[in-house]
Design a protein around this ligand. Structure first.
Ligand SMILES: Cc1cc2nc3c(=O)[nH]c(=O)nc-3n(C[C@H](O)[C@H](O)[C@H](O)COP(=O)(O)O)c2cc1C
Length: 330
């Protein structure tokens, strides 16, 4: 089965992409993902805060002058000088040289400032594309929606302006009009939209009266929100659409393709079952297509999108009323 897929102007051998996670920090895992049919891999993010911190330390060293350089080194913890960003660039370089599939680097930040130049380093290291993750929590109630949207588009324009490789944007769903925002991101230079970021909201522990942070892997029911917006945008946005969140089985991959995703990303399932699980998803998709006499993911892509589904109101308010009124208590 030929699963060839176009994404961000790149040709992928399948629509399955291993999204950013610590799993993709190991070259060995990346090789397994490739061998098990992944169309591309996204490396873990480099964060704006990491880049800025290293720059601050470098600036401090320079300010101390060359004579005090050796002494200044001892002021800082050793791991700071095993520079995170250099290690990261080395990973991009090694992965790009070793793998035949595209290696997508991930940049993660929320301000339009100097860290953005790091995109050029990622391109030079061999990244085929950059996935820009903007995870901004507008916790200041004085900040209005249009300012938040401008922040996103400014960052996208700045990163896209730094590099020749395609840039995709990974965002959350919390905009007044996600469809309009998608258009703005594309106009700012995004070639692809990765929908959606998961929000790792803090919890509160009543026993210790403290804030708790924890990361739980996703579950399939969480895919409904990205499924909705991919379905709404498919065929109506110029951007490539990548679905992320909630993929546990090949059926979940098929659902996202039916809604209109160009590629389907997965992290939690790979962390749960290991990188070899990519093979289960890829083969599951191929088997499903074969069983129906279909020859490619293109045969199902977007078949149930808002534009193509017979009753588009299932994507709208009518669905809300139907599910509320149709609820039967057991
Ligand atoms: C442990 C862990 C680390 C992650 N690190 C990153 C990251 O560095 N950058 C990023 O954009 N997303 C990161 N993600 C989010 C995933 O790429 C993915 O979008 C999210 O987990 C939803 O997909 P899933 O339901 O298949 O897990 C991480 C997720 C997990 C669970």
């Amino acid at each position: 089965m030929d699963l060839t897929t176009a994404y961000l102007g790149l040709t992928l051998k399948s629509p399955l992409v291993a999204s950013a996670s610590p799993l993709n920090r190991q070259l060995e895992n990346l090789r397994i993902l490739q061998d098990c049919g992944a169309g591309a891999v996204v490396l873990p993010s480099v964060f704006e805060e990491q880049i800025n911190r290293e720059q601050e330390i470098l600036d401090a060293l320079i300010d101390h002058g060359s004579e005090s350089y050796g002494e200044a080194l001892s002021f800082f913890p050793a791991q700071t000088f095993a520079s995170d960003t250099s290690n990261h660039l080395a990973l991009v370089e090694q992965a790009a040289q070793t793998l035949a599939i595209p290696v997508i680097a991930s940049l993660n930040g929320v301000t339009e400032s100097g860290w953005i130049e790091y995109a050029q380093d990622l391109e030079s290291a061999g990244a085929a594309a950059i996935e820009l993750n903007v995870f901004f929590v507008p916790s200041d109630p004085a900040v209005c929606g249009s300012d938040v949207e401008k922040r996103y588009t400014d960052i996208v324009a700045a990163v896209a302006g730094e590099v020749d490789i395609p840039v995709s944007v990974k965002v959350g769903p919390y905009f007044s009009s996600p469809g309009h925002m998608a258009g703005q991101l594309v106009r700012a230079g995004a070639r692809g939209l990765v929908l959606f970021n998961r929000f790792y909201e803090p919890d509160i522990d009543p026993a210790t009266l403290s804030m708790q942070t924890s990361l739980e892997l996703s579950h399939a029911h969480e895919m409904r929100l990205p499924l909705l917006w991919i379905g709404v945008l498919a065929g109506r946005s110029k951007a490539s659409l990548a679905a992320t969140t909630g993929v546990e089985t090949a059926d979940d991959v098929i659902k996202y393709l039916l809604a209109g995703a160009d590629v389907v990303m997965t992290t939690s399932a790979l962390l749960r079952h290991g990188p070899q699980y990519m093979r289960v998803l890829v083969d599951g998709l191929a088997d499903w297509l074969t069983a129906r006499g279909l020859s490619s993911p293109a045969d199902i892509r977007g078949k149930l999108s808002h534009s193509n589904v017979g009753d588009p109101e299932t994507y709208e308010r009518a669905n809300y009323i139907k599910v509320l009124q149709g609820f039967a208590q057991h």
